[in-house]
Each structure stands twice: as structure tokens, then as C-alpha cells.
Ligand binder design. Structure first.
Ligand code: CAA
Length: 248
């Protein structure tokens, strides 16, 4: 809780499309929202936009692939704002391309950004949550962790790892007032999806039964539900939210 008795939510990768929508929704729900970002110029521009829209969100720069730096960031948030009640592990990148041409660097960067970051942020947060006997951890995975997607061996491997992480941690902290869940968005109208070549993207949209890309606010709505105190009996679950593109 912060000094005004509000629950504190940390959203990693806050400047992206999903991160922004999640921050805004949690802010509107009454949380004290803290955003993590990577690039200074982007973070500052984002913060100015949020302020102009009257969202009072504190931001902390940190490369979530760096275990020690994440530790410093979490400590600073705890000292300056308070203990984190809700952690949304959202930061992620793509480095798409066929496996036969994939470099070690593209594999490594995606694994570190999309999977190691989940370990780094959660590991530095969990003991405080255990002490306070309360926590909500929400990990953002992907439809492409559940099915094959041409060009995404690195991304699919990392995002599938995220849900394995969720299930095991959920078991370990179930008796401590902490829930751990995964959300697996399908194709959402973000810069990440809009950067796919137009002809490829058109074919992908044709394969979505709902007939369109998802909206970022549709994912944020599910985050808000899982973050709530009332969701205390839901843990270790993977929520598919993909417009019917993949059912299992
Ligand atoms: N299935 C089968 N073959 C395919 C294919 C597919 N879906 N897509 C491309 N190919 C084939 C082409 O026909 C072509 O074959 P030939 O060489 O025989 O002509 C070849 O692959 C293309 O070769 P390139 O050298 O151009 O391929 P590349 O290694 O550069 O990779 C790609 C192409 C970048 C992966 C491109 O196909 C692409 O962007 N695909 C979409 C990937 C995608 O969906 N990414 C999701 C990003 S958003 C996200 O990840 C969020 C989320 O969680 C959903």
C-alpha cells in the first residue's frame, strides 16, 4: 500500500501499447501505478503524455534483463512508494525470422527480455509479498506460446516458458495470499503487430474468427479482473484472449 492506502501495481514495459492500456486501467481502478521502461527518451515522452491525460503514474527506468538492476529498482520503489501488491510482467520484444537463419543473439535477447525478466522482477518482489501475505502476479504470454507460428521459435519458447513459471510459482505461493496467472493475448493492435509486413498481417487477421485485431483495453480489462482482491481463488491459470484464433 502507498501512503494513501492504495494498492501498488508495477507494470513492466509500460510505454508499449499493452503496457499503456494496463497502466491506465489499473489507475482508473484506483491503484497507485508504477511503470517500468527501458529507454530514457521514450519514458520521458510517455510520462508527459500520461500527465497531460491526468494519469499520475511514477516511472522507473531499468533494463529488466539485468537481475541486479531490477533488484535496485524494486528496492527503490519499495522505499519511495511502498511494497508492490500487483506485478504485471508485460515487457517483451520480438525478433522474428525463420529458425534456420536465427542468430544466437536474436534467440538470447528474446529469451532474456521475455522470460528471464519474469524471473528477475518476480524474484525481487516475491519475498515482500509473502511477508505481507498478499500479491497478484500477472504474466503476459502469447497465443503463439500455445501454437506454432512461422518465424517465432525464440518468442514462442520464451512465452511458453512464462506459463510453466506461472503454474509452478502458483503452487508454491498458493498458501501465502498470492495468485499467479498468465494472460495469452492473440494479435492485438499494438506497434509490435503493426510492424509485421502488411500482406502477412492481412492473412493473420483473416485467420481470426472475430475478424479483427484485439484492442489493448480488452487485455487490460482482464488484467484488472485478475489483479482484484476478489480473484483470490484463481491461480495458475492461462487465459487465452485471441478472438477465437486458437482454442484448446
Ligand atoms: N508458413 C509457411 N511458410 C511461410 C510462412 C508461413 N506462415 N511465412 C513465410 N513463409 C515462407 C515464405 O513463403 C518464403 O518461402 P520461400 O523461401 O520458399 O519463398 C519464406 O518463408 C520467407 O522467407 P523470408 O526469408 O522472407 O523469411 P524470414 O526468415 O525473414 O521470416 C517472417 C519471415 C518475418 C517470419 C514473416 O513471415 C513474418 O513476419 N511472419 C509473422 C510472424 C508473426 O506472426 N509474428 C508475431 C509478431 S506480434 C507478436 O508476437 C505478439 C503476439 O504475442 C501475438
Amino acid at each position: 500500500m502507498d501512503k494513501d492506502n492504495k494498492r501498488i501495481a508495477l507494470v513492466t514495459g509500460c510505454t508499449g501499447g499493452l503496457g499503456t492500456a494496463i497502466c491506465k486501467k489499473l489507475y482508473n481502478d484506483g491503484y497507485r501505478v508504477v511503470g517500468n521502461y527501458l529507454t530514457h527518451s521514450r519514458g520521458e515522452a510517455w510520462s508527459a503524455e500520461m500527465q497531460a491525460e491526468e494519469y499520475n503514474i511514477s516511472i522507473y527506468q531499468c533494463d529488466v534483463t539485468d537481475y541486479d538492476k531490477v533488484g535496485e529498482m524494486i528496492k527503490q520503489i519499495e522505499e519511495e512508494i511502498g511494497g508492490i501488491d500487483v506485478l504485471v510482467n508485460n515487457a517483451a520484444i520480438t525478433k522474428d525470422g525463420q529458425f534456420k537463419k536465427m542468430t544466437y543473439e536474436r534467440w538470447d535477447l528474446v529469451m532474456k527480455t521475455n522470460l528471464y525478466s519474469v524471473f528477475n522482477c518476480t524474484r525481487h518482489t516475491i519475498n515482500q509479498m509473502i511477508e505481507r501475505h498478499y500479491g497478484r502476479i500477472i504474466n503476459i504470454s502469447s497465443v503463439n506460446a500455445q501454437r506454432g507460428q512461422f518465424g517465432q521459435v525464440n518468442y514462442a519458447a520464451a512465452k511458453a516458458g512464462v506459463h510453466g513459471f506461472t503454474k509452478t510459482l502458483a503452487v508454491e505461493v498458493a498458501g501465502k495470499g498470492i495468485t499467479v496467472n498468465t494472460i495469452s493475448p492473440g494479435y492485438i493492435a499494438t506497434d509490435m503487430v503493426m510492424s509485421i509486413a502488411e500482406d502477412v498481417r492481412r492473412k493473420i487477421i483473416e485467420s481470426i474468427p472475430v475478424g479483427r485485431l484485439g484492442g489493448t483495453e480488452e487485455i487490460a480489462y482482464l488484467v484488472s479482473f485478475l489483479a482484484s482482491e476478489q480473484s483470490s481463488f484463481i491461480t495458475g491459470v492461462n487465459y487465452a484472449i485471441n478472438g477465437g484464433q486458437h482454442m484448446y
